[in-house]
Design a protein around this ligand. Structure first.
Ligand SMILES: [Zn+2]
Length: 158
């Protein structure tokens, strides 16, 4: 079965930098509902259209098309004493963002009594290369189309 609108696609994705060094190999298989539902990057959807299980592709994306440019407004510092105990570099906490929405901030570093937080995606500002392998393609269920995401083993859990 080919990837078209309203199919559920199972992929393995590895992300490398321009030199081909792997940046993120922690991801296992993931499933998404294909067809403009915003479940994966637009450029990835476009490249996958019409592909089949077993297909492999390498996609070179600019920072803008991948995880976005860095936004220095998302860099904050907080005094360590205002922090819950056990704060560690690499930890994530949710704070209100600029529009009051919840925004995940990563603890970028801890210097003396100051905790530096970064709400940017860890790969923001980087040109990246996606190494994608199509594992499976199936028709989406009416419920998945209604929910606008994939269900099942590698999909969304309620
Ligand atoms: Zn659902």
């Amino acid at each position: 079965m080919k990837i078209t609108k309203d199919t559920v696609v199972t992929l393995t994705v590895r992300i490398a930098d321009k030199q081909g060094r792997l940046l993120d190999q922690s991801r296992g298989s993931e499933a998404y509902l294909h067809g403009g539902y915003g479940n994966t990057l637009e450029k990835i959807e476009a490249a996958l259209e019409g592909r089949e299980p077993g297909d492999q592709l390498t996609l070179q994306l600019s920072a803008q098309d991948a995880f976005g440019e860095r936004d220095e407004n998302l860099v904050r510092t907080i005094a360590k004493r205002d922090f819950p105990p056990g704060v560690k570099v690499g930890g994530v906490l949710e704070l209100p963002g600029e529009q009051g929405q919840r925004q995940a901030f990563r603890v970028a570093r801890i210097k003396g009594d100051t905790v530096h937080l970064d709400g940017n995606h860890p790969l923001a500002g980087q040109d990246v290369r996606f190494l994608i392998k199509v594992q499976g393609v199936r028709a989406a269920t009416p419920e998945e189309i209604q929910h606008r995401h994939a269900h099942g083993e590698h999909g969304h859990h309620h």
